[in-house]
Ligand binder design. Sequence first.
Ligand code: ADP
Ligand code: ASP
Ligand code: MG
Length: 412
Amino acid sequence: MPVLVMKFGGTSVANLDRIRRAAKRVGVEVAKGYDVIVIVSAMSGKTNELVGWVDETSPLYDAREYDAVVSSGENVTAGLMALTLQEMDVPARSWQGWQVPLKTNSAHSQARIEEIPPENIRAKFAEGMKVAVVAGFQGISPEGRITTLGRGGSDTTAVAFAAAFEAERCDIYTDVDGVYTTDPRICDKARKLDKIAFEEMLELASLGAKVLQTRSVELAMRYKVKLRVLSSFEEQSDEAGTLVCDEEEIMESNVVAGVAYSRDEAKLTVQSVADRPGIAATIFTTLSDAGVNVDMIVQDISEEGRTDMTFSCPTDQVVRAEQALLAIKEKGELNYAELLADRNVAKVSVVGIGMRSQSGVAAKMFKVLSDEGINIKVITTSEIKISVLIDRKYMELAVQALHDAFELHKTG
Ligand code: ADP
Ligand code: ASP
Ligand code: MG
C-alpha cells in the first residue's frame, strides 16, 4: 500500500470537534487506499502553557526535565486521535516517540532526528492497521530519555516519517490554506503561493515564518519529500494548498518571494572590548556553551585598540547571555566596560532567489524603511535574503510597506 503522511497542527486538533474533523480527512485518504501516518501536535496553546509552567518552576531549567514536561501535550492528542478513528471504524493505533522509536541525539529541547526504524509500524500495517497516529515533536535520546525537536517540531516529525516510509506525499494541515508571501495575519494583502522553492521556504522559515519548521524544510529538500501545506478547515482537492518544490518546477517568480519577521529578538552590545585576535572567539564560544543562539553579529570600527561587539539572540535567552558574559568578566577572561541589552527589537527580512541575479534589492529595502521613518539597527545579507533589525513597534509597518513596495500582491 502507498503511504501518506498527514500532520495536524495545534489549531487543527484544538478540541474534540476539530479532532473529529481531522479524523474525517484521514478517513477520506484511507478510503482511497493509503496506509496513513498521522502526526499530531498538542492542542493549541498547550505547549505554551507547559513551557510557562517550566519557566515559572525553574528559570534556568534542566533541559531533560523541560522535555519531559513539554512533550506531554502531543501524547494526549495522539491517543484522542486514535480513539476518534476507532470510533469511525478505522483501525488505528497511537505511538509516542519512544515507542516507534524515533531516535534523536541528546540535544535536549533542540534535538535532531537520527533514525526512524520503520519496522514496528510496518508490521502493524501488514496486520491490517490503517492509521498510525504518532505524537509529533518528541523522540528518545541514546540515553533513553525523552527529547523534543524545538518549537514547531511536529512539522519535522512529519517530514522525517515521510522520508523513512518513502511516503507518496507529506501534507501539513494548518490554520492557513498555504504558504503566503508574508504572514496573512499581519498583512491583509498577503497572497497565497501555489508553489514555493525549497530554498526560499528554508530562508523564510529560518527567518521567522513559522508555517513550517526550518528543519522540516531541510529534510524535505534532502530526501526529496513531496511537501504540501494546506488548511484543515476547508474541503481539499489534490491541488489545494502550497507545494514546496524544486526551483525548476516554478515557471514565474518575483525577485522577492516573501517577507518574514521574527518578533522576539534582542540586541546585546558588549561595550569596549580589546580589538585583538581571540576576543570574538571568547565571546561567542562562551555564548554557545551557555546555549545562546546568536544570530546577527556586528563589530564596530575600533578606536584606540577597543571596539564594541553587537549581536542578536531570542529575547528569552538574554538572561543566559548576560550571566555567561558576566561570569567570564568576573573570572578575568574578558574585559569589557558595559553589557547593554535592548529587548524591544524585531527582525524583518526579504527573501528571493531572484536576488542572485538582480541588484538593487537592498537599496530599495532601505529606502522603503527610511521613507517610513524606520531606523535600521543591524543589517545582514546572504545570497538570497536581506535582514534588518528594527524597533519592534515598527515591525508590522515595515512588513506591510515592504510587501507593497516589492508588489508581492501581484504574480511575477
Ligand atoms: P500549526 O499549529 O498548524 O503548526 P503554526 O502556528 O505553527 O501552525 O503555523 C501557521 C501560522 O504561520 C499561520 O497561522 C500564520 O500566522 C503563520 N505564518 C507566518 N508566516 C507565514 C507565511 N508566509 N505563510 C503562511 N503562514 C504564515
Ligand atoms: N506543540 C509543539 C509546539 O507548539 C510542536 C508543534 O506543534 O509543532 O511547538
Ligand atoms: Mg507549527
